[in-house]
Every structure is written in structure tokens, then in C-alpha cells.
Design a protein around this ligand. Structure first.
Ligand SMILES: Nc1nc2c(c(=O)[nH]1)N[C@H]1C(S)=C(S)[C@@H](COP(=O)(O)O)O[C@H]1N2
Ligand SMILES: [Mo]
Length: 219
């Protein structure tokens, strides 16, 4: 179903890219999810429990814009294609742990949030990154964590394009943090100097540091 788009990015490599542009017209392939990577068993895209605050969002990619704003030298607005063409792609296997007790180990592919922020130019006063999504969901993380930990904004999981339910076009891969930091359908990345900012679940009592090595309840 939604996985049909997943072949687009790897197609040029498979069928030979157009020699002038380096690209070929998008064609539809029945993409197949990978379930192991370098000897490691992966979870499935379908192993997640969908419990988003408003249910899945269906983002119209022709209207989609990512905005990088706040304490930046240059407010930046990017389309989906601009992000995928302009920024280097990275992949890594990371496990998402939800507070409900389930987890999923996935090969994520995406761009580094650090690369996006560096291009926009972080103001020296910035210490917090606030993310906002299409459903009104929000969360924040320390700027230092984003910059030092190679944090990805993923567009693909297990070699298939993120389905709408999983956050298409982009989900944050908030490594070592509880699932509620893994914001889906990211639309805004705002740099702030307010470390006391609290996101949707953080306002409702979940730990703001959200380290999976600790309880998600604030004591
Ligand atoms: N935009 C948005 N992102 C979100 C949420 C949400 O409600 N809205 N829920 C979070 C929570 S609590 C978890 S555990 C993960 C789970 O991802 P999943 O809904 O794909 O299973 O998404 C996170 N990202
Ligand atoms: Mo969650």
C-alpha cells in the first residue's frame, strides 16, 4: 500500500540512472521491507502500536515544508525533495522503547538534524531544540544532544519509505530516549534558549530528559 513509494530512491541504482540528470522518472515497485541487517534481527514496520494523539496524519508531500526557525541566522524552508537531494543520507539501527512496554529495532535512514541546523546557523544563545508536528504534537531536546549524538530525522525504515502511520515524511530517531521524543510528521524545528520548554507528554508529567536508562515518570 503506502510502501509503494519506497522504490523511488533506490531505483536509479537498480535500473541505471538517466545519464544526463543522474535521475530517472519515479516508478512504482513493490518494495520489500528488510528484516535483518548485518546479522541483526530487525522488528517490522508493522510491529509498532499506533497511539498518536490524533491518529495518523496523511501529509500532502507537494504542500509539505520543513521550517527551521527561532534562534537561527537564517530561517529556512525546505521541501521534501530539497531535503533528500541536498543533505547526506545516513543509516543506523536504533531501538524505539515506548512507555507502554513495547519496543522496535529498526534500520533507520535519514538526514542529520545537525546538518539542517548548521545550515540555518545556530545562534550562540540556543540550547534547546523544539520540534512541532502536523497533529499539534511537540517535544524538545537539548541542542547538545542533537549535535553530539548524530540524531537522524528518518524518511525510511527497514528500506521502505515511512508509511503515514509511522510519521511520513519524517520521524525523529531520538536514540536512547523514550518513544514520546520520537516525534512523527515533523514540520518545525525551532531553536530556543528556553531549557524549561515542555512538550506534549512532558507537560503531562513524563520525564523531560526521557533517558531510557531511567524511569519516564518524574519523581
Ligand atoms: N506527531 C506525533 N509524534 C509522535 C506521537 C504523537 O502522538 N504525535 N506519539 C509519540 C509516542 S508516545 C511514541 S511511543 C512514538 C511511537 O511511534 P508509533 O506511533 O509509530 O508507534 O511516536 C511518538 N511520536
Ligand atoms: Mo509512547
Amino acid at each position: 500500500m503506502i510502501f509503494l513509494c519506497a522504490g523511488i530512491l533506490i531505483l536509479p541504482a537498480l535500473i541505471g540512472a538517466d545519464s544526463r540528470t543522474g535521475r530517472s522518472d519515479p516508478q512504482t515497485l513493490a518494495a520489500v521491507e528488510i528484516r535483518s541487517y548485518q546479522g541483526l534481527d530487525l522488528s517490522s514496520v508493522n510491529d509498532f502500536r499506533e497511539n498518536s494523539i490524533l491518529g495518523p496524519r496523511y501529509v500532502d508531500i507537494s504542500r509539505y515544508r520543513l521550517i527551521i526557525t527561532g534562534l537561527v541566522a537564517e530561517e529556512t524552508v525546505l521541501t521534501y525533495d530539497e531535503i533528500l537531494l541536498k543533505y547526506p543520507h545516513y543509516s543506523k539501527v536504533v531501538t524505539l522503547y515506548c512507555v507502554e512496554g513495547w519496543d522496535a529495532t529498526i534500520l533507520w535512514e535519514g538526514v542529520l538534524v545537525r546538518d539542517l541546523i548548521n545550515d540555518a546557523g545556530a545562534d550562540p544563545r540556543a540550547n534547546t531544540v523544539i520540534f512541532r508536528a502536523d497533529d499539534g504534537y511537540t517535544t524538545s531536546l537539548p541542542l547538545e544532544y542533537i549535535m553530539d549524538k548524530d540524531i537522524l530525522m528518518a524518511y525510511r525504515m527497514n528500506n521502505v519509505t515511512l508509511p503515514a502511520e509511522r510519521g511520513y515524511p519524517f520521524q525523529l530517531v531520538a536514540e536512547d530516549k523514550w518513544g514520546y521524543k520520537w516525534i512523527k510528521w515533523i514540520e518545525t524545528i525551532e531553536l530556543s534558549d528556553d531549557p524549561s520548554y515542555r512538550g506534549y507528554w512532558e507537560q503531562r508529567g513524563y520525564s523531560d530528559s526521557a533517558d531510557t536508562s531511567e524511569s519516564f515518570y518524574n519523581r
